[in-house]
Design a protein around this ligand. Structure first.
Ligand code: SF4
Ligand code: SF4
Ligand code: FES
Length: 263
């Protein structure tokens, strides 16, 4: 029988209210909590963040909560300036980077969940192992049989380098893939699965690189009804990218190249 609700053990319960100040300049954050070591459902905990302590971005708020209220709150972060891609999460229904999301840009409560449709390791930390296996499958490195001249770089013209603009800026935050309905449904752990917009944009980065001479092999590998052609041009990926990139366009370019160069 078709199951329309989440299984009982994954339904989100009402969680704890960790602090409840009477007055002051506070913002309410409702945060998804899940601890795999406890045989318990996920829950939504509430924290009141004191805005007078200087938190500017949502990530600052999470760090302040971890430092001052609940040290067990778990999330990824590193650069704090939109470069490393590790602090991606779902904030008020939008997949984005918490370190570049100003608290003041959000009216009302801030509701924070891990990136959707990924297994959760703990709290706001998704398991990205499968996504990184998929990334490895596209060989994200330069492949060339030509040896560079001794002590010389592999040269590109300015026009050749320009073709990589909009591709090399990807920080692998997976905001796009986890916004893509086709990736939700077809990106799972099967032998052949949809690679999703983050991985396909990276594939295009190497396909377009003039220094790489395995373009045809790369296209042949991607010419697959699951890996590439499960993209149905829904465009959620492009709306979601916090770096302003256009993975849907990159995927369309790969499909065009497959059609023109190997079919
Ligand atoms: S354009 Fe393709 S990759 Fe982007 S959201 Fe749609 S189906 Fe997913
Ligand atoms: S394309 Fe954008 S949203 Fe997708 S992984 Fe790269 S930076 Fe993140
Ligand atoms: S902490 Fe590096 S992108 Fe947010």
């Amino acid at each position: 029988m078709v199951q329309f609700r989440l299984p009982k053990n994954s339904r989100i319960k009402k969680g704890k209210v960790h602090n409840s100040p009477n007055d002051g300049n506070f913002k309410r954050l409702n945060i998804y909590r899940f601890n795999p070591e406890k045989n318990d459902n996920p829950r939504l905990d509430t924290f009141y963040l004191d805005l007078d302590t200087g938190s500017q971005m949502v990530l600052d708020g999470l760090i302040s909560i971890k430092d001052n209220i609940d040290s067990t709150l778990t999330f990824r972060r590193s650069c704090r300036e939109g470069i490393c891609g590790s602090c991606s999460m779902n904030i008020n229904g939008v997949n984005t980077l918490s370190c570049i999301t100003p608290i003041e840009s959000i009216a009302g409560d801030i509701n924070i969940y891990p990136l959707p449709h990924m297994p959760v390791i703990k709290d706001l930390v998704p398991d990205l192992n499968h996504a990184y296996d998929q990334y490895e499958s596209i060989s994200p490195w330069l492949k060339s049989d030509k040896k560079p001249l001794k002590n010389k770089e592999r040269i590109q013209t300015q026009e050749e380098r320009k073709k990589l603009d909009g591709l090399v800026e990807c920080i692998m935050c997976f905001c796009c893939s986890t916004s893509c309905p086709s990736y939700w449904w077809n990106g799972d752990n099967n032998k052949k699965s949809y690679l999703g917009p983050a991985v396909l944009l990276s594939a295009q980065r190497w396909i377009e690189d003039s220094r790489d001479d395995k373009t045809i092999k790369r296209l042949e590998k991607l010419n697959d009804s699951m890996e590439l052609f499960r993209c149905h041009t829904i465009m959620n990926c492009t709306s979601a990218c916090p770096k302003g990139l256009n993975p849907a366009k990159a995927i369309a370019e790969i499909k065009k190249k497959v059609a023109l160069e190997i079919e």
